[in-house]
Design a protein around this ligand. Structure first.
Ligand code: DAH
Length: 338
């Protein structure tokens, strides 16, 4: 029996020493000390030991039991420490590594252009004035000197809501609303969405315009030219050249179209400017006397200039976007470039 106890002790100590993980150690605990473990079996065998030997053998078995318990506890402590150390090393965070970048949202190119224009014009004293997108025919056409049978209506394919209500085709409607509400001097910018039944690479049924209106005593075409030259330099390039070309709009007289020198070829002529060296960017003119009168402004005392530009067109020119539809597809691969 003594022999058996000694062998068992040696074997148990050896096994415990060899346990590499806490799980293996837990298994050993069951194997030796569990309900049907080897030490427990030994204890059960005590009944066959002759009475006179029982105290000595009992002592040995108990000694074996506490030796194994102690050894397991020691080994367990060592293994747990090693496991913790290994885990800490494996999971350690290097705080000096660069963080994972979260992609930031950005402004839409049309908004970038709008903000840039507002900033440039604000510097010259313009204030923002906004009007409704669902507009009366009265403001969108009639008061702008475009009566019902006027051929200029054909230039803008209009979405009508009723005979007299429509989706505004131009921010020019805001000019009338402003002049009806405010007395000169007036110096406003009116950005917003406009709608026309039109759809191809350069036209979208919804697009954005920005209107400008200045009314005061002694305003001339020179003021118009000076203001727009200044803004074009800010928005395009300080060396950009501008030119005025005669045009026609019912609400301005005289009317002009403003071109900027082509940024692609510097004026030599290329496919972007169709060989002319110039790119048309906006319509403008001196506010027609009829329009001033319609709004209760005396044209013999006050004069004014107005202009209207398409924000998509400016964005396309500025960023080299070949098709207006890219601006509205909401494709993140396109949008994240701005
Ligand atoms: N409303 C015109 C259009 O949509 C643009 C325009 C031209 C606006 C001349 C103006 C202007 O204020 O004076 O085509």
């Amino acid at each position: 029996m003594k022999e058996k106890i000694l062998r068992l002790k040696e074997k148990a100590l050896e096994d415990i020493k060899n346990a590499k993980i806490t799980k293996a150690l837990a298994d050993l605990k069951v194997k030796y000390l569990g309900k049907s473990g080897e030490v427990t079996e030994l204890l059960k065998g005590m009944k066959d030991v002759p009475n006179e030997e029982k105290p000595a053998v009992g002592k040995l078995v108990n000694g074996l039991r506490s030796a194994i318990e102690e050894f397991i506890a020691e080994r367990e402590k060592a293994l747990k420490e090693a496991e913790l150390k290994a885990r800490l090393e494996a999971e350690s965070i290097d705080v000096t590594l660069p963080g994972k970048a979260t992609r930031r949202g950005g402004l839409h190119p049309v908004n970038l252009v709008r903000n840039e224009l507002i900033e440039a014009f604000s510097g010259l004293g313009f204030k923002v004035f906004t009007g409704p997108e669902v507009e009366l025919d009265y403001y969108n056409f009639q008061q702008l000197n475009i009566p019902a049978d006027h051929p200029a209506r054909d230039m803008q394919d209009t979405f009508y809501v009723t005979d007299s209500v429509l989706l505004r085709t131009q921010t020019s409607a805001g000019q009338i609303r402003c002049m009806e509400n405010e007395k000169p001097p007036i110096k406003i910018l009116s950005p917003g969405r406009v709608y026309r039944s039109d759809y191809d690479a350069t036209h979208s049924p919804m697009f954005h315009q920005m209107e400008g209106l200045v009314v005061d005593k002694g305003i001339t075409l020179c003021d118009l030219k000076g203001v727009l030259e200044e803004v074009c330099k800010k928005v395009f390039d300080k060396d950009v050249k501008t030119r005025l070309r005669p045009s026609y709009f019912p609400f301005t007289e005289p009317s002009v179209e403003i071109d900027v020198s082509c940024s692609e070829c510097g004026g030599k002529g290329c496919s972007l400017c169709k060989g002319t060296g110039w790119i048309e960017i906006l319509g403008a003119g001196m506010v027609n006397r009829v329009v001033l009168e319609n709004c209760g402004v005396d044209p013999d005392v006050y004069t004014g200039f107005a202009f209207g530009l398409g924000l998509e067109r400016i964005a396309m020119l500025k960023y080299g976007i070949p098709d207006i539809r890219y601006l509205f597809d909401n494709d993140i691969r396109f949008l994240k470039q701005f």
